[in-house]
Ligand binder design. Sequence first.
Ligand code: ATP
Ligand code: MG
Length: 631
Amino acid sequence: MSNYKDEVHLKVQEKIYPPEDIVKRAWIKDYDEVYKRSIEDREGFWAEVAEELHWFRKWDKVLEWNFPYAKWFVGGKTNITYNALDRHIKNGKGDKIAYIYVDEDGNEEKVTYSELLEKVNALANGLKRLGLKKGDRVSIYMPNSIEAVVSMLACARIGVIHSVVFAGFSEGALHMRIDDAKASAVITATYTKRRGRKIPLLPTVEKAIKDLDYIKNVIVWDRDKEGVTDKDDKYVDLNRLIEENKGECSPEEMDSEDPLFILYTSGTTGKPKGVLHTTGGYMVNTYYTAKIVFDLHEDDIYWCTADIGWITGHSYIVYAPLTNGVTSVIMEGVPVYPHPGIWWEYVDKYRVNIFYTAPTAIRMLMRFGDEIPAKYDLSSLRILGSVGEPINPEAWHWYYEHIGRKRCVIVDTWWQTETGSHMITTIPSYPMKPGKAGKPFFTIEAAVVDKNGNELPPNTVGYLVIKNPWPSMLRTCWGNPERYEKYWKEIDNVYNADDLASIDEDGYIMIVGRADDVLSVAGHRIGTMEVESAIVEHPDVVEAAVIGKPDPIKGQKIKAFVVLKVGVEPSDQLKKEIQNTVREILGPIAIPEEIDFVDKLPKTRSGKIMRRVLRAQELGLEVGDLSTLED
Ligand code: ATP
Ligand code: MG
C-alpha cells in the first residue's frame, strides 16, 4: 500500500530547468533568498513593493491584523486607476498601446493609455451625472472587450463598487448576483459574439431585473446602433454617455481599505460566494505577482485568455497588466472558432510574449492535434501560464512542447477568487515540475495539515492552508460575514483554501483536488486529480473526472467518467487498458473499478469540472446550486 505514495510522487518528480536567457532576464533570480527575507519581514517586504506605486497619502501602518480581519496599508490613500493609467501617462507613455482587442473575425481595435484614460474619465463623469457615488454598486454584464474594461475602471475611478457577472450566465444567475449586491445600475451590451453568432445580452438583463425596482439605470453598449435605449429614460446609451461627458475626472482619493469590487466564485463546489476585495492591498499584490510571475517588462505583449467575468480577468486582464504598463491582447470569442488554431494565429500575429490560459482550454485544443499549432510562428513566446484547475502532466507536456517549443517556462499559478492574486506558483527562474504548482509566493506561508491543523509529513495528502494574512486577501463575503469567518476558523485559525494538496521534499506543492471531492480508499486519502491525471495518460483519453462511491469493505471505490479522443470507440478492452494505466502510475489502490465513457463532463462556465454534479447523479443526492453549470 505504501506503493501508492512512492509511485505517484515519483511520477511527477521530473524537473525541467528554465532556459538560461529567461533566467538571466528574470526580476527575481534567487527564489530562496528572497523568500527567506520576505518571511522574516513580511510587512517590510510589501511596503517596499507599495513604494513602486503612487499614493495620494502614504500609509501609517502596513498591516493591522485583528484576526480574522486584516487591514493593509492603513491610512493610505490611493486610486487604482491612477496607478493603472495617469501614472504611465505622466511618465511619457501615454501613446503606448494598452489593449489590442480582437474578435473571432479578425476585427481589431487598439487603444492607447491616454485614450483609455479619456474614456474612463468620460464614463466616470457620466456615472456621476446619473447620480452614482462612492460605495454604490454597479453590475457589469459585458462582452470581453475594451468597453468592459472602461466600465470597470470608470467605477473604480469614482469609488463605485463593481460587480462583474460573466456574460455567459443566464438570467437566473444574473438576477441572483445583482440582487445580492443590490446594484443601482447595470452596464451591459446589446450582444456578445460567440462562434460567429451574436448572443443577445440586453434581453437577459431585462428579464433579470424585472422585479428589481432599485435599479435606476441600464447603460447599454448599443453595438449596431439600433437605438435600443430610446424607449425609456432608465436606459442610457454607453457611447453617448461617454461622448457627452468628456473631460477630466479627478480620481477619488480612496482609502486603502475602501471596497473595489465584489465578485462571485465559480460555484464549483457549491453556492457561489460574493467575495469582497478592497483597494490598496489588492492593487499592490496583483501588480507585484504579475510583475514577478510573468516577469513583465516594459515592451512585453501579454495575453490572458480568461474572461473579465472571472477573478483571473479582474486581476490579470485588467488591473495588473495596466499597473505594470504593458500591452495586452483581449479577445472576444472562443478558442476553436473560426478554427482551432485561432489563438496561435493571434500569438503569431501580435508577437505575444506571455500567454496565460486554463487547463480546460489546453486539453480541448490538444484534441485537435499537434499539426495545428505547428503551422504558426510561436517564437515570440517566453512565458506560458496555467490557472483554474490542476494541469495534468499530459497536458503540461503538450503545452510545453507544442506551444512553448521547449524554449519557454510554464508557470502553474494556484490561487482563488478569495486570494485575489497568485499564492502558490512557479516563477520563471527555478525548475518546473509538471503537475505541481510550485512554491509559495513571497511572504506566503502555506502548509498541508490534517483537520486539526497538524502539519503532515512530505508527500501526504491533506488540507491546503495559508498561515498568514496577505494584501489581496478577501475582506469579507458580501452580506455574509459568517461565511468569511469560516475560512479562518474551520481549521485552527489558519486560512482554509478548501483544496487538498501535498508538499514534496523540495517544497513544491501539488494540488490534488477539492476538499469536498476527497477519495478515501481503504484508509488512503487520494486526490481526484491524481487519479484523473493518471487516466489522461492513456493515449486515447482527453479528459476524466472521478468520484468516490460507498463500498462496504474499502470505504469508497473509485468511479471514473472518461472522455475519449475524437474517433476512438469505447470498449471493454479500453476500460482494462485505462485501469492498467492507473495501476502502473499510481498503484492498485487507485484503480477506478467502474468506468463510464461520456461525451463531455459537467463544467462550470469558467471551465472547471463539477464532480459534485456527477456524484449527485450517481448517488441520487441533491445536486445543490446549479446556476454556474455550463449547460
Ligand atoms: P467555488 O469556490 O464557488 O466552489 P471555485 O473554487 O472553482 O468555486 P474559483 O475561485 O474560480 O472558484 O477557483 C479557485 C479554485 O480553482 C482553487 O481553489 C483550486 O481548486 C482551483 N485552481 C485554481 N488554480 C489552480 C491551479 N493552478 N492548480 C490547481 N487548482 C487550481
Ligand atoms: Mg473555491
